[in-house]
Design a protein around this ligand. Structure first.
Ligand code: GLN
Length: 251
């Protein structure tokens, strides 16, 4: 799967924010994938500012976004994470994707600290509660073996309510959509745009790329399919290390 990138990095450190949620599953998947890539990958769990400083890229896993934000606040990680996102590749999956949104609706009482980085407004639990969780095959042509659908696992997933691109924001490229007929009809919060065709409906967007960041509202780490992890390393992390050869590339 891995392609040899000329003048590419020899090694990299990918951190996984390990305060709550599915961080072990991301770690296992990245560690399994590493030997097939032509680069040495250390996968580090991140729980402190020092852990974060050692990383070239970060995965913020699914779990519970309010809890992750609270724990990040208590660990003094909120601002360091915000700074990290400004310069390095970060992948937010599910709760992680909520945290990387510019704004969020349906937050828990008391509000929700966000990390930002992505030009979207999301709604927490966009498809409803745990029992409305579902799986759906996604057509993702940016992945290797594009003809093979990727099984999206949506667990109390956020939905994209709107894409709010400011002129100075990096372009946003949609990677995967759900067909309109799979959009929820139970949640009044996201019914408004349902008349729109897939292509124009932000609520159909379930994965996108913005700059070197990746957003997935579902959980690739809970499948056996490592193509999103491969995509993150090859398309987001390696290019960022080539244009911005930081410490770890020269190790
Ligand atoms: N699977 C998930 O990550 C669920 C996210 C959860 N609904 C939240 O608000 O954080």
């Amino acid at each position: 799967m891995g392609k040899l990138v000329e003048n590419g990095p020899k090694s990299m450190v990918i951190g996984i924010l390990a305060l709550q949620g599915a961080f072990v599953e991301h770690q296992v998947m990245l560690q399994k994938l590493a030997p097939s890539l032509h680069v040495e990958i250390s996968v580090n769990l991140v729980r402190s500012i020092q852990d974060l400083q050692a990383c070239d890229a970060l995965v913020i896993p699914g779990g519970e976004s309010t809890t992750i934000a609270l724990l990040a606040k208590h660990s003094g990680l909120l601002d360091p994470l915000r700074d990290f996102i400004k310069t390095k590749p970060v992948w937010g999956s599910c709760a992680g994707a909520i945290l990387m949104s510019r704004s969020v609706t349906n937050a828990k009482q008391g509000g929700q600290d966000l990390l930002g980085g992505l030009s979207v407004t999301t709604v927490r639990n966009g498809w409803g509660s745990q029992i409305e969780s579902f799986e759906a095959p996604l057509v993702v042509t940016s992945l290797s073996q594009p003809d093979r659908p990727f099984q999206g696992v949506f667990i109390r997933a956020p939905a994209v309510l709107s894409i709010d691109l400011a002129p100075e924001d990096p372009p946003l490229r949609v990677i995967a959509r759900l067909p309109v007929d799979l959009l929820p009809n139970t949640q009044s919060v996201i019914q408004e745009n349902q008349g729109l065709a897939d292509h124009f409906n932000p609520q159909t967007v379930v994965a996108f790329r913005q700059g070197n960041h990746l957003f997935t509202s579902f959980h690739p780490e809970l499948t056996k399919d490592d193509r999103f992890h491969d995509y993150f390393v090859q398309e987001c992390v390696i290019p960022s290390l080539i244009t911005n050869p930081s410490s770890n590339m020269l190790k």
